[in-house]
Write a protein that binds this ligand. Structure first.
Ligand code: PEP
Ligand code: MG
Length: 765
């Protein structure tokens, strides 16, 4: 086995020495496909480097001792190993071989210091075909002997990126038996580039999909750029559809530094069609040749420089789902390969094609059944979220926008994957598990979760358990109210206003300053009505606006939102509404109107109170508008701050009908953990004893005073916490739509236990 092999010497069978990428480039070259010239630093060279320098055993020891589920430890070990890998001097013999190969490449091309792309291509000893795609690094526009050597070594080190270590552990690959080859290939300074699937990537239909954008292909592959899309009929040799996208950015080689940079697409090109008809037919021809050569559908990357087409990569489309819709639920793989991990935010399994959404211009690409992948969802995305079968986000915890909306829509969702939108590949098929928070490669065999007409919730209604402690439901989107009411919940324990406001697209303050308060009131009436109607005559607690400045910035008129270092501790909740009473008044006016129309089932709940004066002032404003707190309308506060919990008797003295524990906030404020900060997410837990201590205190005081108690934070959907709350004598529990049935069962069981206990005690007396 040689240290380096030029593409002409490699075949597709050489995966063990050249990795999948290297072996396929060899195969394409030998098949006469135009591939930029290059060579592979084989896996043997990596192995020799590891053994000869003596670093292998030490690295394996670090990995042996590592608990990959401890994220901090994983990151630290990865940094340590990569440091060893890059700082260890490469033996001269290996260095010389790489430099000689690079010089031979330059000589062949007829230029000095040719720019090359340096790409990792990992391979497993036992399973050379295993896919490690996207886990190791690629470096573009590298040139010169020293840099080429340095970046080859960096590729080797990237075998120990934390995500690669995690992936191997989760999928039982032995670290010591995974090797890495490195492809060194002439860089195409593309004027346009993209990807091509030689069949429909999810259905396997015989039509070619080409995605194209300006500049280097990195933009398309990473999903940063929304490319033009072209569908091509393989049989008739004709374009079926060409959709021009608005291409905002592109990647190119900086002529001064040689580095790859992202720049704005010149205005005259952004909405211009990238590919000519001739280029499309040339690409399609190449696609068909490659497909026929492998006798299997291919997922390829291509680039065009000076009008010449180059194929940069080809690999089998392994995630095809050739079956029709009916048979899809039975088919699928048993092999569970985890490719991303986050928090399970909305339960259920879903498989489909990944569609990465970077901005709202790209929402149209989400079709029924796709998996929407994004950094974080926004209200603008809700229509696309409804079309999707699953949602994956980089950021967020279980109370973020994506989590709340997907739970209400009943769509499986994984949030907080960190880099899901970077590592998942556009159009690849994945399966997500919204309970465990895992994203698996390909379509897995899953239970058929399509319950048809007979949904689990309707089944519960037919077999309704009666509980004394009311089981309510949280609603954030009026359009999800009907589904929420079908759970048989005893009312809405939290109707959030933020999602309704955000969906309007205009900052509520702007309605007021534009003299359009009546429009704001009308929109609120329409939205609240949907919920009040779906639940009538059961109570709906409308929570007044809790608008954090960072979340409302994106709205029209939101540019005036102040910048805050920590919006979670800042200008939100009732404190903000008392500073901007016009918005609060508009909300109260909407509720008054609905009360006048007979919807007296609506109560008011104030968020984030910390002092009784806030409650007093809000009641005064309500009276100004014509509402009569505690007389004709139920009035309550959320207990979300330790301050409110510890002085609950003062709030009771000021006058309230109910309190509801907002444990999402109560947890963050009690433990000093920003609920939106993923760096401290590991410490965030509603199960910290301090939270239950505060809750117990409040329930006790409220029960003494005849004030109702409830919970509407995420903890109200957690069976173990609900159990304790029922034992403490809480009046109601408000859960997520998907959790109502379980919570009802828990409540019924605990109540039965308490009744039995009391009865036994009585009998003994
Ligand atoms: C809470 O804080 O628990 C709560 C229900 O309110 P939100 O999540 O909207 O802040
Ligand atoms: Mg809250």
């Amino acid at each position: 086995m040689k240290h380096v092999e030029f593409f002409e010497e490699l075949r597709k069978e050489d995966v063990a020495i050249a990795g999948g990428k290297g072996a396929n480039l060899g195969e394409l070259t030998q098949a006469g496909i135009p591939v930029p010239p290059g060579f592979v630093v084989t896996s043997k060279t990596y192995d020799q480097f590891m053994k000869e320098t003596g670093i292998f055993d030490g690295i394996m020891d670090i990995l042996d001792a590592l608990d990959v589920n401890n994220n901090k430890e994983l990151q630290a070990s990865s940094v340590r190993i990569k440091k060893i890998m890059t700082e260890t001097r490469m033996p001269d013999e290996i260095k010389i071989i790489i430099i000689e190969a690079y010089n031979a490449l330059c000589h062949r091309i007829g230029k000095d210091d040719v720019f090359v792309a340096i790409r990792s291509s990992a391979t497993a000893e036992d399973l050379p075909e295993a896919s490690f795609a996207g886990q190791q690094d690629t470096y573009l526009n590298i040139r010169g002997n020293e840099d080429v050597v340095e970046y080859v070594q960096k590729c080797w080190a990237s075998l120990f990126e934390s995500r690669a270590i995690f992936y191997r552990e989760e999928n039982d690959f032995d670290h010591s038996k995974v090797y890495i080859a490195v492809v060194v290939q002439e860089m195409v300074d593309a004027e346009k580039a993209g990807v091509m699937f030689t069949v429909h990537p999810s259905t396997g239909e015989e039509k070619i999909l080409i995605e194209a954008a300006w500049g280097l292909g990195e933009g398309v592959v990473s999903g940063t750029v929304t490319p033009d899309t072209c569908w091509y009929d393989k049989e008739k040799n004709e374009i079926l559809d060409y959709k021009i996208s608005n291409k905002k950015v592109m990647f190119k080689r900086d002529p001064d530094t040689g580095h790859t940079v992202m720049v704005d697409v010149p205005e005259n090109l952004s909405e211009k069609r990238v590919l000519s008809t001739d280029e499309i037919s040339q690409l399609a021809d190449l696609g068909k040749r490659i497909h026929n050569h492998y006798n299997f559908p291919q997922d390829t990357e291509w680039a065009i420089e000076d009008g010449k087409i180059y194929m940069l990569q080809s690999r089998p489309v392994t995630t095809l789902n050739m079956n029709n819709a009916e048979s899809q639920t039975e088919e699928g793989s048993d092999e569970r390969i985890i490719i991303a991990k986050g928090l399970g935010a909305s339960p259920g399994m879903a498989s489909g094609a990944v569609k990465i959404v970077r901005n709202t211009d790209e929402l149209d690409k989400i079709e029924e059944g796709d998996i929407l992948v994004t950094v974080m969802t926004t209200p603008d995305m809700v229509p696309a979220m409804k079309r999707a079968d699953g949602i994956i986000t980089d950021e967020g915890g279980v109370t973020c926008h994506a989590a709340i909306v997907s739970r209400e829509l009943g769509i499986p969702c994984v949030v907080g994957t960190g880099d899901g939108s970077k590592i998942l590949k556009e159009n690849s098929i994945v399966t997500l598990d919204g309970s465990k928070g895992f994203v698996y490669e390909g379509k897995l065999k899953t239970e058929d979760t399509d319950y048809g007409e007979e949904t689990p919730t309707t089944a519960i209604i037919q077999n309704q358990l009666i509980t004394v402690t009311e089981v309510k439901v949280n609603v954030s989107m009026p359009e999800a109210a009907k589904k929420a009411s079908e759970t048989g919940a005893d009312g809405v324990g939290l109707l959030r206003t933020e999602h309704m406001m955000l969906a309007l697209g205009v900052h509520p303050k702007k309605f007021i300053t534009d003299g359009k308060e009546d429009e704001l009131v009308k929109a609120l009436v329409e939205n609240i009505l949907k919920v009040a109607d779906a639940f009538y005559p059961k109570t709906v607690w409308y929570r007044t606006l809790d608008a954090p400045t960072d979340e409302f910035k994106s709205l029209q008129g939101g540019e005036n939102e102040p910048y805050e270092h920590n919006p979670m501790l800042g200008w939100r909740g009732i404190r903000r509404e008392l500073d901007e009473p016009e918005i609060l008044k508009a909300e109260f006016k909407a509720i008054k109107k609905l009360h006048e129309e007979g919807y007296t089932n609506i109560g008011v709940m104030l968020p984030l109170v910390q002092h009784p004066d806030e409650l007093k002032e809000a009641k005064r404003i309500a009276r100004e508008v014509g509402l009569k707190p505690q007389k004709t309308i139920e009035w309550g506060i959320m207990v979300e701050t330790p301050g409110a919990a510890l002085t609950i008797e003062d709030f009771i003295a000021e006058g309230i009908d109910f309190v509801s524990f907002g444990t999402n906030d109560l947890t963050q404020y009690t433990l000093a953990i920003d609920r939106n900060n993923e760096h401290v997410a590991g410490l965030y837990s509603e199960r910290h004893p301090a939270i239950m201590k505060l809750i117990a205190m409040v329930i006790k005081e409220c029960n003494k005073a005849g004030v109702k108690t409830s919970i509407c934070g995420q903890a109200g959907s957690m069976p173990d916490i609900v159990e304790q709350l029922v034992e403490l004598g809480i009046t109601s529990v408000s859960a997520n739509t998907d959790a109502v049935a379980t919570v009802r069962e828990v409540v019924a069981r605990v109540e039965k236990k308490l009744v039995l206990k009391a009865a036994r005690k009585l009998m003994q007396e």
